[in-house]
Structures are given as structure tokens and as C-alpha cells.
Design a protein around this ligand. Structure first.
Ligand SMILES: Cc1cc2nc3c(=O)[nH]c(=O)nc-3n(C[C@H](O)[C@H](O)[C@H](O)COP(=O)(O)OP(=O)(O)OC[C@H]3O[C@@H](n4cnc5c(N)ncnc54)[C@H](O)[C@@H]3O)c2cc1C
Length: 474
């Protein structure tokens, strides 16, 4: 009988999405296939899991799914730990229901250098992991691939349309849009997943000698014991695939039809999907979101939304994959860099340090409100995020300081931070993906956005009021 995952569609997708991270062959005598889950925190619509399942079945081996969390990632905090751990509890239940073996290992101290993945890899025939260009994940994969002596393969699940189809850096949304949209319908073909044919025996499971976290236990107490930044508290957003899917359903039923009009009003909490944290951690896939939108509104009804979740999201992915300087000014087009040279010495209206920005201590109540929203909730409304980013460009002595400060604030406080869209969005404020506009002081020909104009476009006073108060006490 043909394998349920062996359709030509799955084969073609995996050929585009899977990349070897080293030159080692599959280890002969390996006891299992290891899926090291790093950025795709879900079981359905997970291309790395599909690849690992097919390989396990081909090699007649069982499959072990391993997720770990340690305190060494940049800006490790209660906010990020909590979002990951609460989803892991759901993942455990979901894996049990599907007959999959999933384990979570929490490394609490920075000086604890037990390398669980290395020990698991030493007995594996093959390690499969997620391909992801940001949040230090590609670097972790590359380091593991060098240390171990079995094959390591990274598989992309982030993209709806495989990024391998677009090998050059795209200039703007208008250059990627027709290409990515031409592949969309095909890329959304649903796949029926199946568990691996060979289960994990109790003897093997016990022999792994891994300090598994009891995910049914008190997760907040576990987080409190971790050597991470406890001054960044958990965000109020409920983590997990159940919450993500509920939000997706609600958005498609209530808001998708008016998305174009409603998405620009920060006073309308349901005007956009607010799915970015779930998408960032892979609790739901871009393809699932796009399919649900098309099913609810059809095309062209869902087109404006698809433009964001497909074109803009994959434009940022393309940027981070094809431009290794995506966190630096040097990633910007020549017209921007020339412009910055010309306007470097222009007098600034105000100059703020990182601590002043972080504590929402600027002269502008609307900017401070956006920063407070970020600190309190882990997100800023899309429209305010643009004003927030553009203002820092104006209030920094050097353009490079502005970029560094924005990346720091977003990576540290945003629940959807450290994503390809984080760097695409921030660099957009500096002119990436855009064109030159009329010349002005400091901006040069970069598109300007003044906070004053926001008062004419939406109820900015109401937004200020909502996020009033001391940033640490919200
Ligand atoms: C300064 C700045 C920083 C940003 N930082 C982030 C970030 O850290 N993480 C992040 O996911 N997005 C970021 N963005 C892009 C965008 O603001 C957010 O994706 C969007 O506001 C998330 O809200 P939503 O889920 O309601 O979006 P919706 O409007 O409902 O869109 C659905 C999804 O499409 C994607 N998307 C929407 N707009 C964009 C965009 N302009 N670029 C790339 N993808 C997009 C997101 O995955 C989003 O969840 C940033 C933008 C700016 C200007």
C-alpha cells in the first residue's frame, strides 16, 4: 500500500523545503529518527515532522520528537518561556492522542552544559529539525550539524510557498507578489498526515536517560527557577494551538470581510487577526491561516489579508534568508544609504537613549502609549507599530542607533519578535521595500510618518488614554 505521505505533492514540497545541514550519511545502526523541534511548535501541517515520519518509515525506525528550552537565547525571559511552555503542555496532550512520542527538556541554569540533543543525536540514524533564519535557530542547527556524526536535515515549515523558489533577494512586495501568488493555490493543497509505522518501545523510551519536564506540573514555578530575565513578565495572551485556532475562526467569521477598512484602527482590537505571536512560534501555520481565510471569504474577498500573510510575510522571510545583514543598515538599498550620508548631521528634534525609549519617557504621549502597549501586552497594533518605528529614526543621533534600539525593544518585549517579519518590519521604517519620497530634514527621501498626523486618522487620544500610566505598573 502506498505511504499516506508519499503523494507527488508531498515529495515535491519536501524536495524544496529540506536541506542537509552537514555531509554525513544516515547512521547505520541508528536506533530512531530524531525530530528536534525548534521553531514549528505544532504537530499538524509540520513539514519537518512529515519528513521525519517518512524517513522513519523508510528506515523502519521509530520517531522521537524532542523539544528543549534553555536560558541562553537572546532576551530569554518569562514572556517567551511562558508562551513556549504553555503551548508545550498542549503539544504533549496532542502527541499522546496521536500516538507520537514527544518530550520536553527544560535547562534551567546557564552553566548547565548537558547537551541533551547531542546525546540523543549520538544514537539517532538521522536528526531532522526546523529551518528558520532568525532567533538564532539556523546557527544552533549549524553548530549541532558540525558536532554530531550523523545526517542533520533542516526542513522549512514557516513559508506557505517554499522559499527555495525565490533564490534572489526580492526588491519589494510588488516584485514578489506575482511570483508567490502564482504558486499559492498549489502550495495550499491539504495533506493527510499519518503517524510513523513503528512505535517507540517502553524500553527505548526509558533508556534515553533524559530529564523530561512534567508538563502537567506547575509551569510558572518552573519558569521562576530558570536563569532568565524575570523583569519581562508573561504576556496576557493565551498561548497554544487551541487559542490560535479559536482566534483564527473568530477573525474569519467576524472581521475578515471588513479587514481592509478595519485593520488601520488601533481602537478596533478585532480589525486584524492578531495571530502574529502564534505564527511566530509556529503554533499555527501560515498555510492553515490562508486556507481558512479563503474558505471563509473566497478570493478576491480574502485578497487584502492574503497579501499580508503571504506576500509581506514571505517578503520578510526572503529578506532574512537572502540578505545576511538583515539586522544592519547595510541591508538597505543604495538610495537609502546615500540619503543617510547626506542627512547624518541634520539637527534632530530630540535624541533619546535606549533606557528612555524603553521606559516610555519621550516627550510624545502617543509614542509612549505604543511603547507601553508593547511592554504590557507583547504586541503593538500594526498602524501604531509603523509610527513607533519611524519616530525612533527621527529621535536618534545616528541612524544605526535607531536601528539597534528598535531591534532591541522589539526582540526583547514583542511576543512576535525575533521573527523574519520583525526585521522586515523594522527595516521598512528605514526605507527597505519602499521607494524614495519627497526630501525632508533627517528623513531625506525615506517615507516620513509624523505622530501628529495620526490624530487626524484615528482616535489617537483614546489610544493614549488606554495605555496611560507607568510602564512598569501596567
Ligand atoms: C516597526 C515594525 C516592527 C514589526 N515587528 C514585527 C514582529 O516582530 N513580528 C511580526 O510578525 N510582524 C512584525 N511587523 C509586521 C506587522 O506589523 C505585524 O505582522 C502585524 O501588525 C501583526 O498583527 P496581526 O497578526 O493582527 O496582522 P494581520 O494584519 O492580521 O496580518 C496577518 C499576518 O500577516 C503577517 N503580516 C502582516 N503584516 C505584515 C508585514 N507588514 N510584514 C510581514 N508580515 C506581516 C503577520 O504574520 C500577521 O500576523 C512589524 C512592523 C513594523 C512596522
Amino acid at each position: 500500500m502506498p505511504h499516506p505521505l508519499s503523494s507527488p505533492f508531498v515529495r515535491d514540497q519536501l524536495a524544496l523545503r529540506a536541506t542537509s545541514a552537514n555531509a554525513h550519511p544516515v547512521r547505520r545502526g541508528g536506533e530512531y529518527v530524531l525530530y528536534w523541534m525548534q521553531s514549528t511548535h505544532r504537530l499538524p501541517d509540520n513539514w519537518a515532522l512529515r519528513f521525519a515520519t517518512l524517513e522513519a518509515d523508510r528506515l523502519a525506525l521509530p520517531l522521537i520528537i524532542h523539544q528543549g528550552l534553555d536560558p541562553t537565547y537572546e532576551h530569554a525571559s518569562d514572556r517567551i518561556h511562558s508562551f513556549i511552555l504553555h503551548n508545550a503542555r498542549e503539544l504533549q496532550q496532542s502527541a499522546d492522542r496521536r500516538g507520537l512520542r514527544y518530550q520536553f527538556v527544560l535547562r534551567r541554569r546557564r552553566d548547565d552544559d548537558r547537551r541533551t540533543v547531542d546525546r540523543l543525536a549520538a544514537r539517532a540514524a538521522l536528526v531532522v529539525t526546523d529551518a528558520f533564519p532568525t532567533a538564532g535557530i539556523a546557527e544552533r542547527t549549524a553548530r549541532l550539524a558540525q558536532r554530531v556524526d550523523c545526517r542533520v536535515v533542516a526542513v522549512e515549515s514557516y513559508a506557505i510557498v517554499p522559499s527555495a523558489l525565490f533564490i534572489k533577494e526580492e526588491y519589494a512586495a510588488r516584485t514578489l507578489r506575482p511570483k508567490v501568488m502564482a504558486h499559492l493555490e498549489h502550495a495550499l493543497e491539504p495533506v493527510t498526515d499519518s503517524p510513523p509505522r513503528i512505535g517507540v518501545s517502553e524500553a527505548l523510551w526509558r533508556s534515553l536517560d533524559v530529564d523530561r519536564l512534567d508538563l502537567a506540573g506547575d509551569l510558572d514555578a518552573e519558569i521562576a527557577r530558570c536563569e532568565i530575565d524575570h523583569s519581562v513578565p508573561p504576556a496576557p495572551l493565551v498561548s497554544g494551538r487551541r487559542a490560535a485556532l479559536a482566534r483564527l475562526r473568530h477573525f474569519c467569521a467576524e472581521s475578515l470581510g471588513d479587514y481592509e477598512e478595519r485593520r488601520s484602527d488601533p481602537a478596533d482590537p478585532d480589525g486584524s487577526s492578531r495571530l502574529s505571536p502564534y505564527l511566530h512560534f509556529g503554533q499555527v501555520s501560515g498555510a492553515e491561516v490562508a486556507r481558512a481565510a479563503i474558505a471563509a471569504a473566497g478570493r478576491p474577498g480574502a485578497d487584502k489579508f492574503l497579501d499580508q500573510v503571504v506576500t509581506w510575510r514571505e517578503l520578510s522571510l526572503n529578506f532574512c534568508l537572502r540578505n545576511p545583514r538583515f539586522r544592519q543598515l547595510r541591508a538597505l538599498p543604495d538610495w537609502v544609504l546615500k540619503n543617510m550620508e547626506k542627512h547624518a548631521a541634520d539637527p534632530r528634534e530630540a535624541v533619546y537613549s535606549l533606557p528612555q525609549l524603553e521606559s516610555a519617557a519621550t516627550h510624545h504621549p502617543l509614542w509612549n502609549a505604543a511603547q507601553r502597549e508593547l511592554v504590557a501586552t507583547g504586541v503593538i497594533h500594526n498602524v501604531m507599530r509603523m509610527y513607533w518605528g519611524k519616530s525612533v529614526l527621527m529621535w536618534s543621533a545616528r541612524y544605526g542607533d535607531a536601528l539597534r534600539h528598535l531591534i532591541h525593544l522589539n526582540d526583547k518585549w514583542a511576543l512576535d519578535g525575533r521573527d523574519p517579519s520583525s526585521y522586515g518590519g523594522i527595516q521598512w521604517c528605514f526605507g527597505k521595500f519602499d521607494r524614495p519620497w519627497g526630501e525632508r530634514p533627517v528623513w531625506g527621501t525615506i517615507r516620513s510618518m509624523s505622530l501628529e498626523r495620526a490624530y487626524k486618522k484615528f482616535d489617537a487620544k483614546g489610544y493614549e488614554k488606554r495605555w496611560d500610566g507607568d510602564v512598569r505598573q501596567l
